[in-house]
Design a protein around this ligand. Structure first.
Ligand code: PA5
Length: 433
């Protein structure tokens, strides 16, 4: 059963059905390369079958329960693909104010090591100083500077507070099965460890313990999330453009890019989707932006950004297209009240739900942008459930892999990321640089 549906009606003046259908043979070839492991980056296709290979969440749930029992604040230490999926999941599924509403039987969740800001980390340490803390450090390579620096600081703080043995029970490591400094440290100090499979790259790892363990600590039902991903695997492993929305989305993106639409804006109307958009930007940007090509992935949060970026989107340079991410039904409905004197002139909306107003804002925006020369499509999402989120993760992974193959690039490497590191290491005087 699909919790997602793609509506391409507003692309009609820009991309014809015929153009999409013509891509079928190319899509089929790319699909075969993915399925048979005969294309670029074939060593990193483990993500394709993560949902169907997932047996149960017992180990993750039990480790998460132990952590939930002993901590008030849980720190996820990681960067890029090693933290964005978990952050997307927590904000998609939990309260809009997760750390303010009380712990609902679980800890507050914080993120560290996704930057090297002294003030950010000092403020975080102030905040968690008086709380019982546990942490999950996540790094596939085990050598990434940002999380390694944050982990040093947090480990030192925790060992001071709990002693080495006490800290050991509060630290969980997620890393490669055999390589890397983090793996050696985990073995030496006896930390509980989760393994990131060799054949799954960082940005495709949300459905491994990288994303699943922090989400379980945040109280998210992992079994349901993986059931949704399994449904996604079934739905989006179909080579047919007509039947597979993920491939149709990829085909549209490919055609729009060929027509000079070099920036895609993912537009949401839900703050809960904020980090999902960040996860998507990393997935698409790092996978597709290479060999001097690739769609630039951007995002806006509406209606807020209609009052900032809306002008640009409506009348700026016409090199953009938009993908709306629309939630079909909120968990709770709020109705607009009637006011006696109608001073603000809003009584015509009295009794209407906020969902109705938000929907009309989306429809109005989509047609205004289409009129303004911005091709747009909409991915409708049934609800904010773990099942839907599992499908969304798999949908975008399939779509981005397909777009990468259609563009002739390897969607599973990121050689460009090394350039800043080399310069930074040289400037820092790292031996060997
Ligand atoms: O997608 C990727 O591979 C990257 O974004 C990595 O996730 C990111 O650089 C973090 O790497 P690591 O998990 O090795 O610390």
């Amino acid at each position: 059963m699909s919790n997602l549906s793609l509506d391409c009606e507003n692309l009609k003046p820009f991309v014809s059905d015929e153009e999409v259908n013509k891509l079928q043979s190319e899509v089929s070839l790319c699909h075969d390369s993915l399925e048979q492991g005969s294309g670029k980056g074939a060593d990193y296709l483990g993500w394709l079958r993560l949902p169907s290979n997932f047996s149960d969440s017992a180990e993750i749930d039990s480790a998460a329960d132990s952590i939930r029992n002993i901590c008030e604040a849980f720190i996820v230490v990681g960067i890029g693909g090693s933290y964005l999926g978990a952050r997307a999941g927590v904000s998609y599924l939990n309260s809009s104010f997760p750390n303010q509403v009380g712990r609902q039987g679980g800890p507050e969740i914080y993120f560290a090591g996704q930057n090297i800001s002294s003030d950010y980390h000092a403020d975080l340490f102030d905040l968690i100083g008086g709380r019982d803390v546990c942490l999950n450090v996540i790094s596939k390579s085990g050598t990434t500077t940002e999380p390694a620096v944050a982990f040093r600081l947090l480990k030192q703080m925790m060992e001071k507070k709990y002693g080495s043995a006490g800290a050991r029970d509060r630290i969980v490591v997620t890393t490669d099965s055999s390589r890397g400094a983090l793996k050696s440290l985990a073995d030496e100090l006896g930390y509980k460890t989760f393994v990131i499979p060799d054949d799954v790259g960082g940005r495709y790892s949300v459905l491994t313990p990288v994303g699943l363990f922090p989400m379980a600590v945040a109280g998210i039902n992992i079994q349901e999330l993986m059931e949704g991903a399994r449904q996604g695997e079934k739905l989006y492993s179909n080579p047919s453009l007509e039947q597979n929305d993920a491939y149709r989305y990829a085909a549209q993106r490919h055609l729009l890019y060929q027509k000079g639409k070099t920036t895609e804006i993912l537009a949401t109307f839900q703050p809960a989707f904020h980090y999902l958009a960040d996860w998507w930007k990393q997935l698409a940007g790092e996978s597709e932006g290479k060999n001097l090509q690739g769609i630039f992935p951007a995002s806006v949060e509406l209606t807020s950004d209609l009052h900032s970026m809306g002008q640009w989107i409506q009348e700026g340079q016409r090199n953009i297209f938009e993908t709306f991410l629309i939630l079909e039904s909120s968990r709770r409905q709020l109705k607009i009240p009637a006011f006696k004197n109608d001073a603000d002139g809003l009584n015509y909306l009295a009794g209407e739900t906020l969902d109705t107003v938000n929907e009309k804002a989306w429809l109005g925006t989509a047609s205004a942008h289409k009129e303004g020369g911005v091709p747009n499509m909409t991915l409708k999402i049934k609800d904010r459930s773990p099942t839907s989120l599992g499908q969304i993760f798999y949908f975008f992974e399939r779509a981005v892999a397909m777009t990468g193959y259609l563009n002739g690039v390897n969607p599973f490497d990121q050689p460009g990321v090394e350039f800043y590191k080399k310069n930074m290491f040289k400037l820092l005087g790292k031996p060997g640089f």
